[in-house]
Design a protein around this ligand. Structure first.
Ligand SMILES: O=C(O)C(=O)C[C@]1(C(=O)O)C=C[C@@H](O)C=C1
Length: 292
């Protein structure tokens, strides 16, 4: 196997980094600051693959990822990673004694939202500041010892940046998982040990321009009569005007199977725009990996 360059939403010890390490042990991992820059790095050939967060079980889709894949890039999904997420509150060790006096809490917007109830009921008056990732927040706290501030992130980030965890598991709901997309220029499904049995295809669909009634119903029936099982449907703004959307649909089938080929052809003949992101397997990260 040749060594590849894999970009991930960094810096080191982000949840994205931990998920990336679980699938790519032999490759060169390249931390990149933002999701669009990760995607651009694949598009312009700087790296072979990028791993970016797609969806969280508590907070839903990461809009930047899905919108960038629809509007800006011609890339494919080659695998998806699913990781358990445990959020902890951490401070610089020199502020450990007075951590409850913290003046600001930093983290990625998704992480802040996952801990909304905790933050609201315990520290309702403390301002929240968004960072580009949970690890970026931890790094910032480590570099600002003089400020009594906190970050929300995982145990690896606390270790990596020498921070002290002062409250464990502050996410509001126990079942907290995040889905990450492994994206590439090539439509090559990654097949390694440990993938789940179910293959999935993600398609992005725009409705016919004539705005006829029942258009979405027609789209769904294309899958329904073929007994193609959907595991997700979501709409996102097309950015062309209010009320105009594209739909992201996950289908539990391989795009190369006759029923899927037929479904995509039928959607096109109905006047829909169809962009397939490819077919891929799921790899689940173990709980231990997010604590290592
Ligand atoms: O990878 C990270 O650490 C991130 O900050 C990103 C991200 C996300 O976008 O959902 C990843 C996992 C967690 O759900 C919280 C934040």
């Amino acid at each position: 196997m040749t060594t590849k360059r894999i970009a991930f939403l960094g810096p080191e010890a982000s949840f994205t980094h931990l998920a990336t390490k679980s699938l790519f042990q032999e490759d060169v991992l390249v931390p990149i600051r933002t999701i669009p820059e990760c995607i651009e790095a694949v598009a312009n050939g700087e790296v072979d693959i990028a791993v970016v967060p797609l969806e969280n079980a508590l907070e839903g889709t990461v809009p930047l990822t899905i919108d960038y894949l629809f509007h800006e890039a011609e890339l494919f999904v080659t695998a998806e990673l699913i990781s358990p997420i445990e959020q902890h509150l951490m401070v610089h060790p020199s502020n450990e004694e007075r951590w409850e006096e913290m003046t600001t809490v930093y983290s990625h917007p998704h992480a802040l939202a996952q801990c909304h109830k905790y933050l609201y009921y315990r520290f309702g008056k403390v301002p929240l500041e968004q960072s580009s990732s949970t690890a970026a927040a931890a790094k910032y706290v480590s570099e600002n010892e003089d400020l009594c501030i906190a970050a929300i992130g995982n145990t690896s980030a606390a270790t990596e940046y020498g921070l002290k965890i002062v409250e464990h598991n502050i996410h509001d709901f126990h079942f907290n998982h995040t889905r990450f997309f492994v994206i590439s220029k090539k439509n090559d499904c990654i097949v390694r040990d440990g993938h789940t049995d179910q293959v999935k295809t993600t398609v992005m669909i725009t409705l016919p321009k004539d705005d006829r009634s029942g258009a979405l119903h027609q789209v769904l029936s294309v899958f329904a009569w073929r007994q193609l099982n959907l595991s997700k449907i979501e709409s996102r703004p097309l950015k062309t005007g209010l009320g105009q959307y594209f739909f992201i649909i996950d289908v539990l089938e391989d795009e190369k199977k006759p029923m899927m080929i037929g479904a995509i052809e039928e959607l096109k003949s109905l006047g829909c725009g169809v962009k397939s992101l490819g077919s891929y397997y799921t790899y689940e990260t173990k709980n231990e990996a997010i604590r290592s």
